[in-house]
Write a protein that binds this ligand. Sequence first.
Ligand code: MTE
Length: 334
Amino acid sequence: MMIGKRRGWEIPEREATPEALVMCRRALIGRGPAGGGVVAAALARGALSNPAQAQWRLFSGGPVLPAPVLKPLKAARNDAYVPGRDITEEAQATSYNNYYEFGLSKAVAGAARALVSDPWSVEIAGMVATPRKIGFEDLLGKMTLEERVYRHRCVETWAMTVPWVGFPLAKLVAFCEPQAGAKYVVFKTLADPKTMPGLGQRFYPWPYTEGLTMEEATNELTFISVGMYGKTLPPQNGAPLRLTVPWKYGFKSIKSIVKIEFTDKRPVSFWEGLQESEYGFWANVNPAVAHPRWSQAKETLLGSDERVPTKIWNGYGDQVASLYTGLTKERLFV
Ligand code: MTE
């Protein structure tokens, strides 16, 4: 995860050729029409409508899949959560993504269409009354959906404001019936090498894993999103269910959850496992604490080139600052 301050001659990341395409251009050129020629020709005739699809096709040989049909989701907006800025355009929030299982580019939407999110089930494991699996539709039937407009802040310094549809994680925690000794909730994303080309990058500690303390998990803000902009989640945003933790850097908001485990041991998150000095367990937003390689003082809202000041706790201090009282020895901010 990396983003720099863009100067006049630099193009936005979303317009850049995916790294994978650039890195293998030599091999492709060497293979003449059988390699780069094929991709270039396919791009020219529109058969591969964007570079992410080209990347996907190159590595998997799979077909370019049609965009999924997203179902409308009715849910009343909870007006208690006022983001204090305009909602990001849906097209921006659904086309500039991080989903490393499908590639390193921000343009992973095409590749992510390979995600099979129906049928889907979630395993409930660890320190609970009854370990079990529950189907996604059955889980939905037990929850009341609401819409919440939250600010989202990526550690790379881009930000957006999204109307999520879902339910408080606290409701799901109660449903899981954790044992009294459980201190953490651990989440895991699907890891399917057949549909997720990123899993071929073996130095990443797959499956994508994230964790929260029980206090964080049951805070009123912590949300399980099953939709956005009044529809079911598109695959690139984490279909069919993802975590949304608005006061923490976006990498805590794990996508496409298949397992929820309760434990008394602090888990090691995906990015923490890769680079602990840069991405810690707590990862709370703070403009005054720089990432080791860049400042967090400002952020860029998707769809705009303007840099605006970052807010501590991403603006949610009233609801969450008290969770961290007394944790003086912890590195609370990245
Ligand atoms: N979850 C999984 N499984 N894989 C990922 O690569 N990226 C994270 C987070 N959840 C990621 C993930 C990061 S770095 C961010 S900023 C957000 O998803 C981005 O969410 P969005 O694409 O819906 O904006």
